[in-house]
Each structure stands twice: as C-alpha cells, then as structure tokens.
Design a protein around this ligand. Structure first.
Ligand code: MRU
Length: 371
C-alpha cells in the first residue's frame, strides 16, 4: 500500500541483503519511522514491544528473525535457540508458531554453511505468500461488501453507502500488505463501491485510532473513529451493514480469537442481525485446537498500557499521560474468543467458509482428519 504516494510493505530486506527493515508502528500515526533489525534480539524486541504487530506480520518477522539468527549460530542448537526465543515473544497469534515451524523444517535438512541463504529465501517467500493470500482474501471479502451494498439499493456515499465496522487494526500494517479485515474494504473501495468504515479505537493500545484510521486515510477510504462501546448503538440504528474483524488464531472448528473487545461486537451483531465476518488467512488457523475459549492462550500485557496513554500534545511533542488515580490497579487482557455460533462466515484466500469444522475442511481438505 502507499504512504504519501510511495508503495511500501511492512517488512523488507535492505540493500545490504542482511538487514531487515520495518515500520515502527508504536510511532504511528504521529511519525513514520523505518527501523533496521540487525539481530535475533532486535527481531524479538520488535515483536514483543509491538513495533510490528498483527498475526501475519508477527509470523513474517519471526521468519526473518530466524534468518538474522543464522549469522550468529546456524548450528542445530542455534536453530533451536532462535526458535525458542522468538516463540516466547507473544503467545496468542498462531502465525508465530506456524512461521517458526516452517523455518525449522526448511533449515533442519540444510547443511549449516547454507542455512543463512536458505532462511532468507524462505522468509522472503513467506512474505510474498502473505501478500497473495491477503489479496485473494480481499477479493472474496469485497464480494460480501458489494452484495450488502446492492441489497441496500446501491446508495451513494452521500446517501449512506455501505458501512463496515472493524475492530483493532487488521489492515496492511498487520500483515505484509493488504491486510485481512481491511483487504476486502480496500478492494471494494478500489472497485468503486462507496464503502465507509466505523473504526473502533481499540483500547488500550489504540490500534484502531492510531493505525486503522491512519492507513484508511492514506488510501482515501472514508472512515469515522468511534470509541469501543459505540458499535452496539450504531447497530441498533441500522448504521452498520456488516462487521469485519481480523483474527490472531482461529480453531479448526471455527472459534475466533482476536483483539480484546471483538467478542462484545459479535454479541451486539448477533442481537441486531448484522453479519459478523472474519478475515482469516489460512496460516492463522490452528488445526490442533477444537475449543477456542478453553484452549487458546490469552496474552496478558503490562498494566501500564491501560493506565498510561500516549498522544501528541499542544506543542506537537508526543507524550505519555497517566489516566488513573495513584495506586489504582489495572488488568490488561489483550485478546478474547468469539465462539463460532456468533460468526457469520470466515473469509479465507480460498473463499468464504461457514465457521465450523465442516466449513473449514471443505475449503482446506488437506487438513481434514482422515476417517
Ligand atoms: O495485539 P495486536 O495489535 O498484534 O493484535 C492484532 C489483532 O488483533 C488483529 O486484529 C489481528 O492480528 C488480525 S490480523 C491481520
């Protein structure tokens, strides 16, 4: 996607063929800063401290983290140690494990002197595959937006257009390019469908306010920022035609784990007969799990993310402010699980599936458990 008219991905290899470059997402929307990753430690910090975030981009960064690690120690022990360090960075997004397993399987049979080259090649492939997956997912999802718009009688933007509510940031910043929840929106917008997006601010890290509103604005997609509790009210008044969110891990049975607050949006959507869709690239499916609520590890992050907010103040500088009484306690659960009964459909790169084991294995028969 474009930033000030210039095409970017969220992660790429620098001209020296070694350094990996990323956009520091903690600085957006106030500053656009590209940061070099030179080592395994840098890659781990980038993921854990959320310079990069979003399930697919976490996976892509982990893949490049393995490549960076190979410069220091490409032995079997080195591969295992890099895997373990990267794996410990964030627990919920399953793309992390998926990418690490992939890199380990590629590297294990390769002779040690060739492992640097092999790791970089596979990391680059993973990035390219992610772009293709998200683009294809976007095409399928755009048809849902088109259908919702046609059902309303094709109103122009001035007459209300078609309204999508999204939560967190599941746009191109959360992937290598295009996004998951936002890919259908970009494709619909580019096809001339008058789509408007309600953007949940997404406390505590404000990925909606800081990232989604920014990237939609860069692409010229009409959007309106709302606080996290507004969605239900909008749905009651017919102002949301469909909800589309991303996911950090979806079980093979269709339970969807995503940014905290997604479940409440799904409940409100269910109560108001608003379709609730999830953009789901196949590497985000955890085929080993059947019960999302019980089995998916939910990341608990530092309470300071709840108690302190960061923003630009009147003199233009970016500062932290405390929003709590001294000594107050806070808890910071980063994700929740939306049971499959609340999910209208899963938008994958192979088409839209029912949120069920049958629906998913019909699209991905290679993962069906043999009878
Ligand atoms: O904590 P984050 O910012 O990594 O959480 C990201 C999300 O919840 C996204 O919605 C999710 O990864 C979907 S991805 C494109």
């Amino acid at each position: 996607m474009r930033v000030d008219g210039k095409p970017y991905r969220t992660i790429w290899l620098a001209d020296d063929g070694k350094t990996v470059e990323i956009i520091d997402q903690t600085r957006l929307p106030h500053e656009f800063v590209v940061v070099p990753l030179n080592s395994l430690a840098d890659a781990c910090t980038a993921i854990a401290d959320m310079w990069v975030r979003g399930a697919p981009l976490i996976g892509a960064t982990a893949a490049y983290g393995m490549a960076l690690a190979m410069w220091g120690d490409a032995s079997d022990q080195g591969v295992k140690a890099a895997y373990d360090r990267l794996y410990a960075t964030r627990p919920t997004a399953v793309n992390l494990r998926w990418a690490l397993d992939d890199l380990k399987a590629v590297l294990d049979p390769v002779p040690v002197p060739q492992r640097i080259e092999a790791a970089y090649a596979r990391a680059a492939e993973i990035c390219n595959e992610d772009v293709e997956i998200c683009s294809s997912l976007g095409e399928h999802g755009a048809e849902l937006i088109r259908a919702a718009w046609e059902k309303k009688g094709k109103p122009s933007l001035e007459d209300g257009g078609v309204n999508v509510l999204t939560h967190c940031n599941a746009g191109w910043l959360a992937t290598v390019d295009w996004g998951t929840a936002l890919a259908p929106i970009y494709k619909a917008h580019d096809a001339g469908i008058p789509v408007h997006v309600w953007v949940d601010e997404t406390r505590p890290r404000n990925q909606g306010a800081s990232l989604t509103a920014w990237e939609l604005g860069q692409h010229g997609v009409p959007n309106t920022l709302i606080v996290d509790n507004v969605g239900g009210h909008l749905m009651q008044h017919g102002k949301v035609d469909l909800v589309i969110t991303g996911t950090d891990r979806t079980t093979g049975t269709g339970d969807v784990c995503n940014k905290i607050g997604t479940y409440l949006k799904a409940l409100a959507a269910h109560d108001n007969d608003v379709p609730f869709y999830v953009g789901l690239p196949s590497p985000t499916i955890d085929w080993t799990l059947t019960d999302g609520v019980q089995e998916i590890p939910i990341e608990e992050r530092d309470a300071s993310e709840v108690t302190v907010m960061t923003g630009r103040v009147a003199d233009g500088s970016v500062q932290d402010v405390s929003i709590i009484p001294d000594g107050a306690k806070a808890a910071n659960y980063a994700f929740d699980v939306t049971p499959r009964r609340l999910v209208t459909g899963l938008i994958t790169e192979r088409g839209v599936s029912e949120a069920s084991p049958e629906g998913l294995t019909a699209l991905f028969p290679e993962f069906a458990i043999p009878e």
